[in-house]
Design a protein. Structure first.
Length: 366
């Protein structure tokens, strides 16, 4: 049986999943969990993410950011994209800066591309091994942060199992330190959303008139929430979420998405189809009978893809469960841009890092 959690009341999941109490952080005010989606007051995050001039000082969520800021990230990524094709894949923008990867959850693509992005910007990168760190000896998250601050680090890249962790850390660290959210619980994954927007813009050229279908486990996906917010801000014509009722959170229409429970109807005529992984590690009660039955009803196959636009692009944030959310023939097929998403992730993360560090540098010089 596949499991799922669908909380019905406004509660905070902050700190509940960690096996080590030292890594837990207090629940942020105004947090409400609704079938895996965490809603925060926009004004609070807006103050946290932006400096007094409206520039990025942290990158925590798409929520609260203007279209012009998102376009600035995409335009910066265009400038960094050619770096990966050079013989010497380096620019000196962050020379002398120290970036720390703080990953409290497993990651391959996100951690690797952040590390590569920092190195291509000429920064010094430190990967903190949480399993072997002092947090396993009882050190609190706050003390870990203070220790890293004492080493004169400049940026924390944070992935945490609890929603709101990146914002909590951004509010705790010294003023000169930038924080980038690399995924927090089921709340947000802003850099994944931006690399997907970059990929869409590179293939389609623009966002106007596009119909985008997001298929799968919407309820537990931090990617889905960030994607919807980015797509809405950038002005696509229609955003669809497709999946069984058990995996679609109540109230998601308020974010600007149309809900479809039938796969064929949901992807019909779509210009972009984004398949999501079943987040089984976040599921707590049985709502789906089996992975095979899920694939039968919602798997992206060649037959179903023919219902989308003839030039539809297929995306997936990874890791892929072949034969569960997507068929191998589609994942490896001519309409798939899954590997391009990985490639573009480096350029987009270079762009975000340069923007937030640049904001701090300007503030320090003023």
């Amino acid at each position: 049986m596949l499991n799922s959690s669908a909380p019905t009341s406004c509660v905070s999941n902050f700190g509940k999943r960690s096996t080590n109490k030292s890594t837990q952080v207090p629940a942020p005010p105004q947090a409400c969990a609704a079938s895996g989606f965490i809603f925060h007051r926009q004004s609070r995050r807006l103050n946290t993410q932006l400096d007094e001039h409206g520039r990025l000082r942290h990158f925590l969520a798409i929520e609260g950011l203007s279209r012009s800021l998102l376009v600035e990230v995409l335009d910066n990524a265009e400038r960094f994209a050619p770096v990966g094709e050079r013989a010497v894949k380096k620019v000196p923008l962050l020379r002398g800066r120290t970036v720390v990867n703080l990953f409290f959850e497993p990651s391959t693509r996100t951690r690797s591309t952040f590390e590569l992005a920092a190195k291509r910007l000429s920064a010094d990168i430190m990967n903190l091994n949480i399993e072997a760190s002092a947090t396993r000896k009882g050190e609190s998250l706050s003390d870990t942060l203070k220790t890293l601050e004492a080493m004169h680090c400049d940026m924390f890249i944070v992935r945490h199992q609890n929603s709101g962790a990146a914002e909590y850390i951004a509010n705790q660290v010294a003023a000169h330190i930038s924080v980038i959210n690399a995924g927090d619980g089921a709340h947000a994954h802003p850099t994944q959303a931006m690399l997907d927007m970059f990929t869409i813009r590179r293939v389609k050229g623009q966002f106007d008139n596009l119909v985008v279908a997001i298929v799968g486990d919407i309820a537990h996906s931090r990617v889905a929430r960030s994607e919807i917010q980015a797509l809405k801000t950038l002005g696509v014509a229609e955003i669809r979420v497709v999946g069984p009722k058990t995996l679609i959170p109540r109230g998601i229409e308020a974010l600007g998405a149309r809900v479809f429970h039938q796969m064929e109807a949901g992807i019909a005529g779509a210009d972009v189809v984004i398949a999501l992984r079943l987040q089984q590690e976040r599921m707590q009660s049985a709502l789906l009978p089996s992975a095979q039955e899920y694939f039968h009803a919602y798997g992206l196959t060649e037959r179903r893809l023919k219902l989308a636009a003839s030039d539809a692009m297929v995306m997936h944030p990874g890791p892929i469960n072949r034969g569960v959310e997507i068929d191998s023939a589609v994942a490896d097929g001519p309409q798939s841009v899954i590997l391009q998403q990985v490639t573009h992730g480096v350029a987009v993360r270079m762009a975000v890092m340069s923007l937030v560090i640049g904001s701090h540098a300007r503030a320090g010089a003023s």
